[in-house]
Ligand binder design. Sequence first.
Ligand code: ADP
Ligand code: MG
Length: 383
Amino acid sequence: MKETLASNFEKIYSQKPEVFAQAPGRIEFIGNHTDYNGGYTMGAAIDRVVMVALAKRTDTLLCFASAKSGEIVKIDLKDIKKQPREYNWVNYPLGVFKFLLEAGMKADTGFNMLDMSNLPAGSGLSSSAAIELSTAFALCKLYGFECDLKTKVRIGRKCENLFVGMPCGILDQGVSGFGKKDALVFIDCKSEEFSNAPLPQECKFWLFNSTKKHALVDGMYEARHNECMEAAKILSEGGEDRLLREFSIADLEAKKDKMSANAYKRAKHIIEENRRVLEAKKALEADDIKTVGKLMVASHESSRDLFENSCPELDFLVAEAVKNPHVYGARLSGGGFGGAVLALTDKDFCETDAQKIAEAYQNKFGLKPAVFACSAGDGAKNI
Ligand code: ADP
Ligand code: MG
């Protein structure tokens, strides 16, 4: 991929790229919507990436090209502002550049950029974090700016929250940054501490993309975010403002009558999901993969019934997957409202098993799901 990216770069810009970086997509292993509630979550970087190539220009233009669009978008570095909907993809690398400048990076001249990817966009694998992190690594190298991994991760999230306008937590950027081959990334989202949890060698990830994306998915994500904040505000009454992470089910039950039915359900999901993440981590450390699988299914059921971010397509894929004896557990992975289902399987689960699930899905919904196996890969880096 790097060679193709380099030769395409030369064709487009008549110049050789000076730096390359890549960042992986991620799966959300367990811990659904817990991140922006200051809770716990676990994910894994996968072996599919967004790769970027950059070279400096002599003028002050920032030029963005993507293998997907084929068009060059030019912006003056003295006039950085959010791009309109048709060029929304530019907001990811542009926002990262903007916040790196705010963090102290010096750039007197602009750059040419081209990206390439083998990571499907918009399907819950966080291609957005992958483009943010790969751009952050490439820009720091190009302009000689020293900054640690956590800072790059935070800048990626800041770009998504404040520039693109998506109120996501730290999971996506954290996992794309801190991913490790054959391991999970455990995140304490309150202290923003990242560590690795063991992943048994004999396990595999299989992803079933429902190919269904709710048209209002960003708005629905925001609605869930707001309901969680509403619940946290009510639970915090009489004290300092705290996130849902700080409360127990007993705290919630005591204030049930003070909040809307939706706020109660969302909060119940978050509080119980935090507990499931901690239990899953313990079970992984004890090599008790069956318990991990059960917790994944319980997580899905809670997303379905309490957080209400599943849909019939995802529920069906989970139900079909867990019928297979080689599947330890399955759940929706990512924001929800469409997107992908993750199945954790033993090493004997094979393509034929996956196709059986895909066929059942196609017969029911008339949609062909994209199916692929992946393993836990390394985090973002210069290449
Ligand atoms: P996800 O992060 O789950 O893939 P999002 O909706 O958060 O879904 O982000 C997808 C968006 O990220 C795309 O619509 C596009 O704007 C941007 N994006 C993803 N990959 C690339 C890429 N390789 N090049 C340019 N933009 C990309
Ligand atoms: Mg995203």
